[in-house]
Write a protein that binds this ligand. Sequence first.
Ligand code: ACO
Length: 697
Amino acid sequence: MKNVDVFFQPKRIAVVGASADSKKIGHQILKNIIDGGYEGEIIPINPSAPEVLGHKAYKSLSDVAPGVDMVVITIPSHLVLGAMQECARCKAKGVAIITSGFGEVGKIKEELELKKIADDNNISLLGPNIFGLAYAPAKLNASFGPKDIYPGKIAFITQSGALGIGLMGWTVMKKIGLAALVNLGNKSDVDELDMIHYFNKDKNVDVILIYMEGIKDGIKFLKTKIEKPTVVLKVGRSSRGAKAAASHTGSLSGSDKIYDAVFNQLGIMRASTFTEAFSWARALSLPSPTGDDVVIITNGGGIGVATTDECENQGLKILDDPEWLETKFRPTMPDFGSTKNPIDVTGGAGVEGYRKAIEIALAEEKVKSVIVLYCETAVTDPMGIAECITELYDASGRQKPVVVSMVGGERTRDALTYLNANNIPGSSLVDGTVSALKIVHTWRDIKARQKSELVIEQLPAKINDVFDAVRKEGRDILMEHEARLVMELCGVPTPPWAFVQSADEAVKVADQKQMYPLAMKIASPDIVHKTDVGGVVLNIRDGQELREKFNSMMEKIKQKQPTAKLLGVNLIKMVSGIECIIGTTTDPQFGAAVMFGLGGVFVEALKDVAFRVVPFDEKEAERLIGEIKAKKILEGFRGMSADKPSIIKTLIAIQKLAPYVKEIDINPLLTNQNGSYAVDARIVLKSEGSSTSNHGH
Ligand code: ACO
């Protein structure tokens, strides 16, 4: 990991390419550094100008006393390597390369050369291809973006430059307070992980917000430690992975679902739009609620109902204690008001009406979060309401989250601006307001997670022996009985089963193991589609039927595929339950991953599956199960419900295999009140020589 302090606390900054020409980027960056009020030493480097913007300039970095903390390079790309070598000679600690024209246009070799110099000389390299960075606590604006940022406690890390510059101005307009704005550009060296770990320790930062197009080093990213609320807007949803993969699990993956998994697992909150990302970042500076109960205060019935619906939709719990609500809130409203939560102080309520209700909501321990709603009326002044909320919130010591939604015209817009400037999230859209409150609850839950250090375990020797035997025969796909054996060895619950080679043996074992009704399937390395040759018989009820079906199956297959080597049959006790699918895949970025979803005929159409990257623990497996949209079905469907502990057990067992195989599909895993059973499993081994994924993670 690289040390990035130098970019935020530099004592000496040099700008290579500082020009007196105001149209040039090197000029604008120097001007921003000066105008921003940076108090350290500023050193312009320019081959011909003796002085730039009132600061003595040097012809080269070599003319400057060694030990510059941060060098900003803004000269044409063919000159950057030379400048980087000079940075090394003069012992610069951090270098921000503004210049474009490297990896992003295919000049990978040139970019790697810069990275090598950085690594060899213990330099932290930001960029190339960036607009720079700004850090409000140090009054530092080393960017060619706008002069000012609206100071606050969000660190905004952006891969894209243009977007970052654009958003700089937008955040000022929206009163979104930034402590830092950093453009990562091509990320040849310093990346999100370095920044997150720095801001985790930075007391000037409360919330981290990342705009990301992709991750360069997935395995490194998995080491990220989330200590502060971290929001990501990851764009570029791709189905590349899905196309490349042939298996069930593979076709359901696609790298974007794996990104979802990684963010969920690390505790990073993924937003889907810019508005949502910034609204969340703003809300996450609110205190965490100490419980779930939400009280809604409104002057309008309609907006109250819409907000209640949205709360239910987003999983927020409305405080539901009619007697208590009546006792507490009745005195705050006229007779025709409602205390049912939403607390409707009615359309005639002015500042005083709101004041009484808000005071109670803030003071009462039973109320854990507050939503204030307001529809602009002629008899009330929205700014008065906004000021009242702010005053009461400050006076209460900001102990619980408060969010506000106001609907109205220009006066309301100004009131919302006032609220946001005072760090009370205000929006004209109720869904945005509810989502802002929901994310505060989500972060509270993430913070409460137990963090354990997990390692990828060695493959048990007995399973390795099975894999070796398969490879020795020149195969990479396990036969059914081999896959079943592996499932058993790694602790996946399976229905009673047996691999038998004669009708006599079949009847004997089926009786012994009480396997009726059972399914019988042919075992042959030469038969891929068993059903097509009559190699599958279901619902066999007793020994006599088993003997008959065994003999007729053998005869039929010998006729249809005379050359096939018939090893015997697999007998499997028939079980019933809700159909699930569990699988593993190998993501090119993040390594081995495990998938869970509902199985059955709709699985591929609905793609209602979710992933976790290996390794993960039981709690994470439980969250994975709770992530699929159809999770309600698992709670009870047609008289059946899922046995979650055994699904979790299966997920944990499967993840131990995942790094050592190409893919696994347990399809279906049937689950009912009594347990879960891997009814069918397909295991494909990695081609020999390919390495175990997720190494060192
Ligand atoms: N040391 C110091 N100064 C030098 C050196 C050197 N080795 N070599 C040249 N210079 C000076 C030049 O003389 C010039 O100063 P002058 O005006 O006094 O003569 C200055 O450095 C700049 O050099 P130019 O050749 O004029 O280069 P120019 O400013 O036109 O372009 C730049 C340089 C801006 C880095 C350009 O190559 C570039 O990459 N532009 C794109 C930047 C960008 O967009 N980055 C991504 C941001 S994100 C986004 O998309 C917004």
